[in-house]
Design a protein around this ligand. Structure first.
Ligand code: AMP
Ligand code: GLY
Length: 421
């Protein structure tokens, strides 16, 4: 089959490489892709927010199956649009994508199906929010509803913090705000838990831990993710069963009661408190950079898995994994997540020779002939699969030192909880 991958990040480059190694896949197109996907597939420069243009491109290039990487087109209903046009697609529909697109949708589902999550209240204007937080215990968490690229969440230590956060949200920092979520602060350790589903059957698809804050020691602003490792140190069969039974299965039941299903990757962001899982948020896609750590561990042909999801026959195949540890460090443009400059050449990149189980997945890059230039805040993902996280991190840092990119910075402490304990 010919596959089209929508997106241009490290996640999409990792998906592209897994499909490149698949016996089921003929041609791969990345829409629009980056310099990394350019080197192993065909990039097509198309505006992924323009569904009609996307459809024309998919038809023109005889793409049989589309895989949607990022959340925005999913939440905006790209899957429904393509299906209405008889195009096969891997990813959840618009109703199911509300799990990521609307925090209040997910909270209401949690309440109805008794899914453990932080206690919360939905407030509809600034006055109501301030009255409520006056009576609340701190720390507490304020969240803008809707997609905010991971930036609409405030952990507030006191009333003043919370008031100023509520002001920002209702003043439209994340788009028009009709409501805000005020949430109990959960004190535990985070874990990302992934599932792949064909709409009828699902499998667990690994666990990971990412590092969202920009500076070492998990300090500074939230980012899209500065690095990740898989598996999470919290993973155990007992905890997995609790997550599946208390969180994943009731969620899928909730969608089925809405007369829909979930086909695609489901990513549960969890807080583990005393070995009990609480749902913090859902994403309706793979994590980035978690995906870059998980896919290199997959032994089963990824093209076969996607095909089985499209045909609703996921139960007919078995997923096999390498038992290794996988760690990713993200090399970013100086200044990220605030202002940074683009179009700085990464001169040494083409001289790097990777060993087995070492990967460089591109994110914000573009190519001009044989040269690679930066084109975003998160630029490269260096991933190492090995039998030990410490080795993995050392090797990744060595590769970054060899790339020696003057406009780059990265966190040297990725995986500190599993390495520097
Ligand atoms: P979210 O975008 O909902 O994943 O939130 C971003 C980050 O805020 C999470 O990764 C957590 O670190 C933190 N967070 C969100 N909700 C809570 C909560 N109820 N208690 C503690 N930390 C939270
Ligand atoms: N790494 C966090 C995310 O993909 O949302």
């Amino acid at each position: 089959m010919n596959v089209g991958i929508i997106g241009s990040g490290g996640r999409e480059h990792a998906i592209c490489l897994s499909l490149k190694n698949s016996s089921k896949v003929n041609k791969i197109y990345c829409l629009p892709g980056n310099a990394g996907t350019y080197s192993i597939s065909n990039n097509i420069n198309v505006d992924i927010n323009n569904f009609e243009e996307l459809k024309k491109t998919i038809v023109k290039f005889n793409i049989d199956v589309v895989i949607v990487g990022p959340e925005k087109p999913l939440v905006e209903g790209l899957v429904d649009f393509l299906q209405e046009n008889k195009i096969k697609v891997f990813g959840p529909n618009k109703v199911a994508s509300q799990l990521e697109g609307s925090k209040t949708f997910t909270k209401n589902l949690c309440k109805k199906y008794n899914i453990p999550t932080a206690d919360y209240k939905i407030c509809f204007d600034l006055i109501e929010t301030i009255e409520y937080i006056k009576k609340s215990k701190f720390p507490l968490v304020l969240k803008a509803d809707g997609l905010a690229a991971g930036k609409g969440v405030y952990i507030c230590k006191n009333f003043e913090d919370a008031k100023s956060a509520a002001n920002e949200v209702f003043n439209g920092k994340f788009g028009e705000a009709k409501k805000i979520l005020v949430e109990e602060f959960l004190n535990g350790e985070e874990m990302s838990f992934f599932v792949i589903s064909d709409g009828n059957n699902f499998y667990q698809f690994g666990t990971a831990q990412d590092h969202k804050r920009v500076f070492e020691g998990d300090q500074g602003k939230n980012t899209g993710g500065m690095g990740a490792y898989s598996p999470s140190r919290l993973e155990s069969s007992n905890l997995n069963n609790k997550i599946l039974n208390k969180i994943i299965k009731p969620t899928l039941k909730g969608l089925s009661d809405l007369n829909t299903d979930f086909q695609g990757f489901l990513y549960a962001g969890l807080m583990i408190v005393n070995d009990e899982p609480y749902l913090i948020e859902y994403n309706v896609r793979m994590g980035d950079p978690e995906c870059q750590t998980i896919l290199p561990k997959l032994k089963t042909d990824f093209g076969e898995i996607i095909e089985a999801c499209i045909n609703k026959t996921l139960n007919m195949i078995k997923l096999d994994w390498h038992e290794d540890k996988s760690l990713c460090i993200v090399l970013c443009s100086k200044g990220y997540p605030d202002k940074f400059i683009n179009n700085i050449e990464i001169e040494n990149l083409n001289n790097i020779i990777l060993q087995k189980n070492e990967y460089i997945f591109h994110a914000g890059t573009r190519n001009e002939k044989d040269k690679v230039f930066s084109n975003g805040g998160r630029v490269l993902n260096i991933v190492i699969r090995s039998n030990n996280f410490k080795n993995g991190r050392e090797k990744a840092i060595k590769i970054i030192n060899n790339i020696n990119w003057s406009n780059g910075f990265y966190r040297k402490d990725i995986g500190y909880k599993v390495i520097d304990k």
